[in-house]
Design a protein around this ligand. Structure first.
Ligand code: SF4
Ligand code: SF4
Length: 173
């Protein structure tokens, strides 16, 4: 199951809680950046993924213009609910294995600025995690020195931010 499906399904669930429903859904596979789970794809695969996504976007636009019906996949909704409930339960422990390599860190502060939930402080210049991580995982990918890891699992794995986006575009403040 892809991250995209999780997020789409989460949206459907949130809407349902407000007595609203998704009137159309389409899956668009992009590039997985969830490093603890798997390494980032090699560049040629990323190019293909975007090429396919562009083609599919045209189909999606056409479907919306024509108000074509669709099917919501209940299985994905169920799985997604479990996934997010599990993450929410473990929220305070999700960043326990985050580490910063003191020899690599240049104390630039980008990780702190890029975190969408202000989960990083830097009392001595290097990041410390405050246990409200949402596993986005922007800090891992944005660090210019690849100093941040999740235990040993992500060590050596390829960092990736969409080629059209600069880290500064993602800054919170
Ligand atoms: S982004 Fe990397 S180098 Fe910069 S402060 Fe954070 S861990 Fe250190
Ligand atoms: S993974 Fe995302 S939410 Fe968690 S500390 Fe890093 S930037 Fe913040």
């Amino acid at each position: 199951m892809t991250t995209e499906i999780f997020y789409f399904s989460a949206t459907a669930i949130l809407l349902a809680e407000k007595n609203l429903r998704v009137s159309g859904n389409r899956f668009l596979r992009l590039v997985s950046n969830y490093l603890p789970y798997r390494d980032t794809a090699v560049d040629w695969r990323i190019r293909i993924r975007y090429w396919l996504a562009d083609r599919k976007l045209s189909d999606i636009a056409q479907a919306i213009a024509n108000e074509r019906p669709h099917t919501t996949l209940e299985l994905f909704k169920t799985r997604s609910r479990k996934f997010h409930a599990d993450r929410e339960r473990r929220r305070e422990t999700l960043d326990e294995r985050f580490t910063c390599d003191a020899d690599k860190c240049v104390k630039c502060g980008l990780c702190e600025k890029i975190c969408p939930v202000s989960n990083i402080t830097r009392p001595d210049g290097q990041p410390q995690w405050q246990h409200r991580c949402v596993e986005c995982p922007a800090c891992l990918h944005a660090c210019p020195k690849q100093a941040i890891d999740v235990g040993s699992v992500t060590r050596g794995r390829k960092r990736y931010i969409n080629w059209h986006v600069k880290p500064k575009d993602l800054l919170q403040r």
